[in-house]
Structures are given as C-alpha cells and as structure tokens.
Design a binder for this molecule. Structure first.
Ligand code: 5GP
Length: 207
C-alpha cells in the first residue's frame, strides 16, 4: 500500500498581458518539481513560440475531435481560437504526486474545478488597466486592433476575479512569487489532502 499524495493543480488566470507567463516561468525555476501543463490551441504561433513547449499548435478539426473524444479536460475560446488542457498528462502528473501549473482562462479554471474539486484557482490582477495596455504594447506581438480586443476582454475578466480562491495584484514579480509560494505551502498542508497521514505514520508507511 504505497498511495502517494496527489500533486497540487494550480490554475493561474488573469487578463492577457498581466504577466502570467513570467510568473509561471519564475515559479518553475524556484519549484523545480512543478510542471507546466502544455495547452493545445488553434491560434498560430506568436514570436519565438515552439510547438510542444509553449503550446501544442493544432487545427480546428483536430481540436474538435479531441473535445468529442474526451481527450480535453477543459477548453475555452479566446479571440476566436480554441485553447484547452489535454486530460491525460495532467491527470497522470497529479496521480504521480507532481504539482501541475496551468495558465488558463476564467471559464477554463472553473471547468477544471468542476472536474477536479481540489484544484486551486489564483487570479492575477493588473495594478491598473493602463499598466496592462503598456505591457501589451511593449510585448510587441499583437497589432493595435488585437490589443484593443485583449483590453476589452480584460475588463470582462477582471469582473470575475472574486469567484477565484485567491486574488494577487501583480505589482512586483518577487512579491507575487512569494505570495504564490505561501499559498502553495498552505494548500500542501491542508488536512483534507493528508487524510491518510495518521495511519501511515503510525504504521511506518509514510514515504
Ligand atoms: P495567449 O494567446 O495570450 O497565449 O492566451 C490567451 C488566453 O488563453 C490566456 O488568457 C491564457 O491564460 C489562456 N489559455 C492558455 N492555455 C489555455 C488552456 O489550456 N485552457 C484555457 N481554458 N485557456 C488557456
């Protein structure tokens, strides 16, 4: 009887340009055991993005076939493209005890929680809409009309933040990382995640 404690599933949402990629990359550096779930999308690659690393880039027909066959845990459309989490890798990683981090839309985060109620949802909030616009323009990967679309979408998304487990205003990267690590530590110690610990400790089967 060597049941492992399941890995944590951490859903990070927030408007485009809030800095999710940066935060996730920094987190992966300090929490080496944590893995990023590589999403599938029908959006074309942007800048230096690589297939299999940043996204699994695919076409609409393949994506829809995967939804129909249940291979996608959750999915959403964002600015006319599909985005989704392949089910198998995330379920396997969590079962093995690996912590998984997801960069995900709001609807996607809610869908994950509906299927995996122990998943943790964190909303990254920009300090202001102006700072968000500056970041999107500095990123230089979207034309003006796409930036306008992303900002309109951001307003709608921000209104949904109270439905998340946690909200973090992403002002300074080190502060945000520290807060996420504090949340992570607390969640790891939730008694409901460690229901078997007393029996395992007393029988010498822990670890
Ligand atoms: P971007 O085009 O900027 O890479 O991503 C657009 C939006 O899609 C972001 O809000 C990002 O969090 C979200 N996203 C990326 N991967 C997934 C996914 O697997 N599922 C869902 N629901 N949203 C995703």
């Amino acid at each position: 009887m060597d049941e492992k404690v399941k890995g944590l599933i951490l859903c990070i949402s927030g408007p485009s340009g809030v800095g999710k990629d940066t935060i996730i990359n920094e987190l992966l550096k300090v929490r080496m055991g944590m893995l990023h779930s590589v999403s599938m999308t029908t959006r074309p690659p942007r800048g230096e993005e690589r297939h299999g690393v940043d996204y699994l880039f695919t076409d609409k027909a393949t994506f829809e076939a995967m939804i129909a066959s249940g291979e996608i845990l959750e999915h959403d459309t964002y600015l006319d493209h599909y985005y989704g989490t392949p089910a198998k890798p995330i379920l396997e990683m969590s079962e093995e005890g690996t912590d998984v981090i997801l960069d995900i839309t709001i609807k996607g985060a809610h869908e994950v929680v509906a299927k995996l109620p122990d998943a943790i949802t964190i909303f990254l909030m920009p300090p202001s809409i102006r700072s968000l616009e500056q970041r999107l323009r500095m990123r230089g990967t979207d034309p003006d009309d796409k930036i306008e679309e992303r900002l309109e979408q951001a307003m709608l998304e921000i209104m949904e933040a109270p439905k998340f487990d946690y909200i973090i205003v992403n002002e300074r990267i080190p502060d945000t990382i520290e807060t996420i690590l504090a949340i992570y530590a607390a969640e790891q110690h939730r008694a409901k995640r460690l229901t078997d610990i007393a029996a395992k400790i007393t029988s010498g089967q822990w670890k």
